[in-house]
Design a protein around this ligand. Structure first.
Ligand code: ATP
Length: 289
């Protein structure tokens, strides 16, 4: 099976500054990958490379195509929402639907109408009469109604209220996603997407710090809540991160089994936000995150 994204040794420099430092990434069909990193880590640059919007060095194939040389063919099979959604202010919502139906062979107008029905957006409104969040909602409705093999979302819910953010991700999973589709999403609201991801990648300073499936993550990482009397014993097993919490310490381990840790306290799989801090900060025992 051809990988949707096959990237090896991707590099990108802006002048003297290297912002992608040799990225290896494979994304198989039917997966939902979260790309998570701090500000300026290189997420958007990587997505731009994948979409053929920025020239990157290294081996890169997306749906078997070279994004720079075969961009037109690629764009027929990929949809994309940037973190800065732009729609012209003079356009009516109904005209935006007409336009998409006219230009995009894979656009399903009924589906888009269905997404819009869940918002307060009226067909006769002009884009300039919509709030910022409503413009994003419109943009998402238009893009989610395209039957693409790869959907790339860069901070898709920026500026949206919490109710709609939840609704958007539910809709993405229930009304959009199926095994023929693949999604690559970046966001800083890690907690909002972790339940829908099949794969997760952490990027920091242009390098991948974690690249794993959610199943492997559950095997490889364990969070232990431990009280003071067992702390030294737990620390001896080499946690990658430690933070204080009410009534004890919270330690994250990599490559130490839950069975081995369970006698020392309460064990569970760490949440992505805590794991992110653990992998991107240097382990500093005793310091609260
Ligand atoms: N056109 C450009 N010219 C010069 N430097 C750039 C350009 N675009 C991005 N950079 C630099 O590349 C680095 C990575 O930026 P990028 O936008 O990929 O980060 P990001 O992970 O998407 O960040 P954020 O979460 O803040 O959106 C940053 O240091 C940024 O200043």
């Amino acid at each position: 099976m051809t990988a949707v994204i096959d990237a090896r040794g991707l590099r990108k420099a802006y002048g003297p500054k290297t912002v992608l430092k040799g990225i290896d990434l494979t994304l198989e069909p039917g997966r939902i990958m979260g790309l998570i990193g701090p500000n300026g880590a290189g997420k958007t640059t990587l997505l731009k490379g994948i979409l053929g919007l920025a020239r990157v060095e290294g081996h890169l194939r997306v749906l078997g195509l070279d994004p720079q040389r075969q961009r037109t063919a690629l764009m027929e099979r990929v949809s994309f929402i940037a973190d800065t959604a732009i729609l012209p202010g003079w356009l009516k919502v109904s005209e935006a639907l007409d336009y998409m139906a006219g230009v995009h062979p894979r656009f399903d107008r009924t589906k888009a109408e269905g997404f819009l029905a869940k918002t307060g957006i009226e067909r006769r409104s002009l884009v300039k009469e919509l709030s910022k969040g409503m413009v994003t909602q419109l943009h998402l409705a238009l893009i989610m109604a395209i039957d693409s093999q790869l959907l790339v979302l860069d901070e898709p819910t920026l500026g949206l209220d919490i109710l709609y953010r939840k609704q958007f991700y539910t809709s993405l999973l229930n009304d959009y996603f199926d095994e023929q589709k693949t999604i690559l999403v970046t966001t800083h609201q890690v907690e909002e997407i972790e339940h829908l991801l099949t794969d997760v990648v952490f990027i920091g300073d242009g390098e991948l710090r974690l690249n794993t499936s959610m199943e492997s993550l559950e095997q490889d990482f364990v969070e232990l809540r431990v009280s003071g009397d067992r702390l030294a014993e737990a620390q001896a097993l080499g946690p990658i991160h430690q933070r204080s919490m009410l009534g004890g310490e919270c330690l994250i381990f990599e490559g130490v089994s839950a069975e081995r840790l369970a006698p020392l306290g309460e064990v569970k799989t760490p949440g992505l936000a805590d794991l992110f801090v653990a992998k991107l900060e240097r382990a500093q025992p005793g310091r609260a995150a």
